[in-house]
Design a protein around this ligand. Structure first.
Ligand SMILES: Cc1cc2nc3c(=O)[nH]c(=O)nc-3n(C[C@H](O)[C@H](O)[C@H](O)COP(=O)(O)OP(=O)(O)OC[C@H]3O[C@@H](n4cnc5c(N)ncnc54)[C@H](O)[C@@H]3O)c2cc1C
Ligand SMILES: NC(=O)C1=CN([C@@H]2O[C@H](COP(=O)(O)OP(=O)(O)OC[C@H]3O[C@@H](n4cnc5c(N)ncnc54)[C@H](OP(=O)(O)O)[C@@H]3O)[C@@H](O)[C@H]2O)C=CC1
Ligand SMILES: O=C(O)C(=O)Cc1c[nH]c2ccccc12
Length: 421
C-alpha cells in the first residue's frame, strides 16, 4: 500500500491516509461487486473493492435466515465466468451459495478491503477524479481513495426498512427485522405478528409455523403469489421461455391461469391480487411476486392467520385497521430494504433520491464521469451479472487503449498503486 500522506492524530490515535488507485474502486463485496471484479480481472484491469463488513456477501452471510434457499433455479443465479457446481441442486441453499461465492472470490483473486465503510464519494471536477472516503468499522482510521472510475455495488438491500407505526416503540415484546431473524426456534409457542407479505414475510411465517409458533401475517395491500413450479418447470423459467414468443401481458395472463389451477382462489384467505399482472408489476414497480414454497398450504390449513393493515401497537397487543385487536408476544418486521447510496454518494445526476439510477433498465449501469452502478435493476442476481459484464467491458476498452498508448510513449513511467493484479 502506498501512503501519499499519513496523519496520526496523537490525541485520539487514529490515522488518515490517502491512496491512489490505479483502476476502478468498487464499493461493496456482495455478488454484484464480486461479479464486476471478476470480469475486470478477465479484462486485465486492476481494482480495489471496499466492503463495510468483515466478509464477502455480508447480506447472505450475516443478514439472512437459516432456511433460505435461492428461489430462482441455479442457472439464473450464477455469476459470470463460473457456473455452479454440477452437483448443486436446482435451488441451492444459502450455505451452498456462500460456498460458491467464496470459491468465486478465490478463483478471481478478489481480496476486498474489509471493515471499510464508504462515508462519502464525490467527483472532483478539477482533477477529473473520484475521492472516496472510508472509515474503518473496527478503528476510527480514515482513508481517502482517489480513482478515475467508481463502481457502486452496495445493493438494493443495503439498509432495512423500519416502518413508522404508532405505538411500536411502546410494544413490550421482541421486535426484529427479517435481516436479524435466523430461525423460528426462539419463537416456539409464541404468537408472532409478521409485518409484510413479500418473499421474506411469507417464508418467515412458514419457518415460524415449522417451529411451532403461531404467526399472523399482515397483508396491508395486495400481492401476487405464484407457485414456484408449474407443470414440473420452474415458474420463472416458464415465464422466460414464454416471453420469447409471447407479449408480456399474455404471459402474465397465462401465469395467472396456471396459478389459479394450482393454488385456487387465494382471495378468500385475505390475499388480494394486484390489478397489474406479476411480470408487469415487477417491471414497472420492481415488486417481486412471491414464489410459494409452502406458506399457502399453512394458510389454508389455518396455521398462519392472514390479517389486514396495522392501526397501532399497545404494550402487549396490536390493533388492526378493521378494529380487531390481537394479543401478540413478538413482532417480525418483513418490511423490506432500501439502497443507502444517497447517504454517501455526493452526486445528483445519475442516481435519484431513492438511491437507484434514474435511467430505466437497460440504461442504468453507466453514468458520466466514470460512475457505474451494478445490481440496481430489480432483476436479482442475473441482472447484476449482466451489469457487471457490461461495466467491465466498458472500462476494459478504455484501459486497454490507454495502456497501449502509455507503452508506446514510455516504458519507464510506472505508477505505484494498491490495486490487485
Ligand atoms: C433474503 C433475500 C433473498 C434473495 N434471494 C434471491 C434469489 O434467490 N435470486 C436472486 O436473483 N436474487 C435474490 N435476492 C436479491 C439480492 O439482491 C441478491 O441476491 C444479491 O444479494 C444482490 O447482490 P448485491 O451485491 O447487489 O447486494 P448485496 O448482496 O446486498 O451486497 C452489497 C454489499 O455492499 C456492502 N456495502 C453497503 N454499503 C456499503 C458502504 N457504504 N461501504 C462499503 N460497503 C458497503 C454491504 O455490506 C454488502 O456486502 C435476495 C435478496 C434477499 C434479501
Ligand atoms: N428465497 C428467496 O430467494 C427470497 C428472496 N427475497 C427477495 O428479497 C427482496 C426483498 O424481499 P422482502 O424482504 O420480502 O421485501 P419486499 O419489499 O418485497 O416486501 C415488503 C413487504 O412489507 C410490506 N410493508 C412495508 N411496510 C409495511 C407496513 N408499515 N405495514 C404493513 N406492511 C408493510 C409491504 O407491503 P406493500 O406491498 O403494501 O408495501 C410488502 O408486503 C425481494 O426481491 C425478494 O424477492 C426475500 C426472501 C426470500
Ligand atoms: O429474488 C429477487 O428479488 C429477484 O429479484 C429475482 C427475480 C428477478 N425477476 C423475478 C421475477 C419473478 C420472481 C423473482 C424475480
Amino acid at each position: 500500500m502506498e501512503n501519499l500522506f499519513r496523519l496520526v492524530d496523537h490525541e485520539d490515535f487514529f490515522t488518515k491516509r490517502c491512496i491512489w488507485v490505479n483502476g476502478p474502486v468498487i464499493v461493496g463485496a456482495g455478488p454484484s461487486g464480486l461479479a464486476t471484479a471478476a470480469c475486470l480481472r478477465d479484462e486485465g484491469v486492476p481494482f480495489v473493492v471496499l466492503e463495510r463488513a468483515d466478509c464477502i456477501a455480508s447480506l447472505w452471510q450475516r443478514r439472512t435466515y437459516d432456511r433460505l434457499k435461492l428461489h430462482l433455479p441455479k442457472q439464473f443465479c450464477q455469476l459470470p465466468k463460473l457456473p455452479f457446481p454440477e452437483d448443486f441442486p436446482e435451488y441451492p441453499s444459502k450455505k451452498q451459495f456462500i460456498d460458491y461465492l467464496e470459491t468465486y472470490a478465490m478463483k478471481f483473486e478478489i481480496n476486498p478491503q474489509f471493515n471499510e465503510c464508504v462515508q462519502s464519494a464525490r467527483y472532483d471536477e478539477t482533477s477529473g477524479l473520484w475521492r472516496v472516503k472510508t472509515v474503518s468499522s473496527t478503528s476510527r482510521n480514515e482513508v481517502e481513495y482517489i480513482c478515475r472510475w467508481l463502481v457502486v455495488a452496495t445493493g438494493e438491500n443495503a439498509e432495512c426498512v423500519m416502518p413508522d407505526i404508532e405505538g411500536l416503540s411502546e410494544f413490550k415484546g421482541d421486535v426484529v427485522h427479517a435481516c436479524d431473524y435466523k430461525s423460528g426456534e426462539s419463537f416456539k409457542g409464541k404468537k408472532v405478528l409478521v409485518v409484510g407479505c413479500g418473499n421474506s414475510g411469507m417464508e418467515l411465517s412458514l419457518d415460524l409455523c415449522n417451529h411451532h409458533a403461531s404467526p399472523s401475517m399482515v397483508v396491508r395491500s395486495s400481492v401476487h403469489v405464484l407457485p414456484r413450479e408449474i407443470l414440473g418447470l420452474s415458474t420463472f423459467e416458464l415465464a422466460v421461455l414464454m416471453l420469447k414468443w409471447l407479449p408480456l401481458w399474455l404471459v402474465d395472463k397465462l401465469l395467472l391461469i396456471f396459478t389459479w389451477f394450482i393454488l385456487g382462489n387465494i382471495e378468500k384467505y385475505g390475499i388480494k391480487r394486484p390489478s397489474k399482472g406479476p411480470l408487469e408489476l415487477k417491471n414497472t414497480m420492481g415488486k417481486t411476486p412471491v414464489l410459494d414454497i409452502g406458506t399457502l398450504e399453512k394458510i389454508r390449513s389455518g396455521y398462519i392467520n392472514v390479517v389486514p393493515g396495522i392501526k397501532s401497537f399497545n404494550d402487549r397487543d396490536v390493533e388492526l385497521v378493521n378494529g380487531e385487536k390481537l394479543d401478540i408476544d413478538a413482532v417480525v418486521l418483513a418490511t423490506g430494504y432500501r439502497s443507502n447510496v444517497p447517504s454517501w454518494l455526493q452526486e445528483g445526476e445519475f442516481f435519484s433520491k431513492n438511491g437507484y439510477p434514474k435511467m430505466p433498465f437497460p440504461h442504468g449501469w453507466k453514468g458520466n464521469t466514470g460512475l457505474y452502478a451494478v445490481g440496481f435493476t430489480k432483476r436479482g442476481l442475473s441482472g447484476a451479472s449482466s451489469d457487471a459484464v457490461q461495466i467491465a467491458q466498458d472500462i476494459g476498452k478504455v484501459w486497454k487503449q490507454e495502456t497501449k498508448q502509455k507503452k508506446q510513449r514510455t516504458t519507464a513511467c510506472h505508477r505505484r498503486c494498491i490495486s490487485q493484479f
